[in-house]
Write a protein that binds this ligand. Structure first.
Ligand code: ADP
Ligand code: MG
Length: 423
């Protein structure tokens, strides 16, 4: 038991039918249907392998979105091929989730065999619960089709989908109401890493917050500053633009238009008390980069950005300063790039900061889809301390919320006894 949740150590797995929910949702090429990355599939391999090697009959449940969130879904068939290769055992795919074919295949599994069912979001309840905010309680989720059809065939539910732990859906929170449940190894590891950063980081502990998800960044900033986890917050991206504007610094009309268009006005108001209270810990850019009329990169001090410009990156002086602070830190948490890193003209800030993350002796934790893409782009994946597969879940965890899946797993730990309980 860790964090009030059972681990795989607490269950005898041999001969058990285990429903294991993984998050192997990957970017998909819409033209070819091919997976563009396999990092999340790789991350769940230790759990899947452990279950199979200990003689469980393994049923994998997973979702796959598209690059247009919630508009289309893809089959999980390609994932089975990748899993087969990575696990080193056959992972059979079946194009069904709750129907007779799926139930028959589950019933016929032998010890050590692995079956991946099709995309659970093909089930209406899984999808609409998230999208339409039906707000079904966990008890009500236990009465959905997917749980009522599959749970009777299983002995144990394992959730290894930390990246989806903020989602309140039947395949994530429903099974814990009716089956003994445990977290998988990846879930356990990610939970441990992010709790460590929040509760007892080696100091100085630096948070680098950038990117475009301003509401998440502000929530995180408030939490990590008020709980004392952060000694310093380095800001970039839109997050920095908003804080700068709130301080009365003119950051160019194009930046302002963007802030207004995105309805970020409330964060300008929130910035003022935040800067008053934690001004010494929040570091703002001292210079900035924008594009001239020929699309060329130009830099200026932060208080002399030309009237019409839009700030698209932190400047070189800021980047060098952030790199120094990162190199002197003991723990660094990163979410969100420093600028529009997708374009060569405006990647300098992100690249400089990311190189410092690779060089520092500090323990570095990085999360967020675009932040991971930048890491891959610069070939620095192996040099980060920990890359968290969960973006949304990680952020919500750091804001201090109890994640729905964590709540459900804790409920199961209290409700159903483990085979060999361990403290
Ligand atoms: P992550 O996916 O790592 O959590 P976000 O999704 O919050 O990060 O932010 C990434 C996006 O922010 C990128 O597409 C990047 O182009 C954009 N971005 C960063 N800085 C700026 C800026 N100054 N102006 C506009 N967009 C920005
Ligand atoms: Mg993103």
């Amino acid at each position: 038991m860790r964090f009030g949740i059972n681990t795989l150590d607490e269950f005898n797995l041999a001969g058990k039918t285990v429903l294991c929910r993984v998050d192997i949702n990957q970017p998909v090429d819409r033209q070819t249907g091919k997976l563009k990355s396999i990092n999340r599939i790789q991350a769940c391999v230790p759990t899947v392998r452990e279950l199979a090697e200990h003689g469980a009959k393994v049923v994998l449940l997973a979702h796959q979105g598209s690059d247009i969130e919630y508009k289309n879904f893809y089959t999980t068939a390609p994932h089975a091929e990748v899993l087969t290769e990575l696990v080193g055992r056959e992972v059979r795919f079946l194009d069904d989730v709750t129907g007779p074919a799926a139930r028959e295949a589950i019933g016929a599994l032998k010890n050590g065999e692995i079956l991946l069912l099709d995309n659970v979001r093909f089930c209406a309840e899984e999808q609409t619960l998230f999208e339409m905010k039906l707000n079904l309680t966990h008890e009500q989720q236990a009465k959905t089709q997917v749980v009522t059809k599959l749970a009777p065939l299983a002995d144990l539910y394992v959730c290894d989908a930390f990246a989806a732990a903020h989602r309140d859906q039947p395949t994530l929170c429903g099974f814990e109401q009716v089956l003994p449940s445990a977290m998988g190894r990846l879930f356990e590891q990610e939970f441990c890493v992010v709790s460590g950063v929040m509760e007892s980081p080696d100091r100085p502990c630096v948070f680098v917050l950038g990117g475009a998800k301003v509401s998440d960044a502000f929530l995180m900033m408030e939490t990590v500053l008020s709980k004392g986890a952060a000694d310093t917050v380095l800001t970039g991206g839109l997050v920095a633009n908003i804080l700068l504007f709130a301080k009365g610094i003119h950051i160019g009309q194009a930046s302002l238009d963007f802030i207004q268009k995105s309805n970020y006005g409330e964060f300008i108001e929130k910035s003022i008390p935040l800067l008053e209270k934690y001004g010494e810990k929040i570091v703002l850019p001292t210079d900035a980069a924008y594009l001239d009329s020929d699309g060329k990169r130009k830099e200026s001090m932060i208080d002399s950005v030309p009237g019409e410009a839009g700030v698209l990156d932190i400047g070189s002086q800021t980047a060098a300063n952030y790199a120094d602070i990162i190199r002197a830190a003991k723990t660094v948490f990163v979410n969100g790039p420093m600028g529009v890193f997708e374009k060569p003209e405006t990647e300098h800030g992100t690249k400089t900061v990311w190189n410092a993350l690779a060089q520092t002796a500090a323990y570095t934790v990085l999360g967020g889809g675009d932040s991971i893409t930048a890491t891959e782009q610069y070939g620095l994946v192996d040099q980060m301390g920990y890359i968290c597969t969960g973006g949304g879940a990680l952020i919500r965890f750091l804001t201090g919320e109890e994640l729905p899946v964590v709540k459900a797993l804790r409920h199961a730990a209290k409700t159903f006894p483990a085979d060999q309980p361990k403290e």
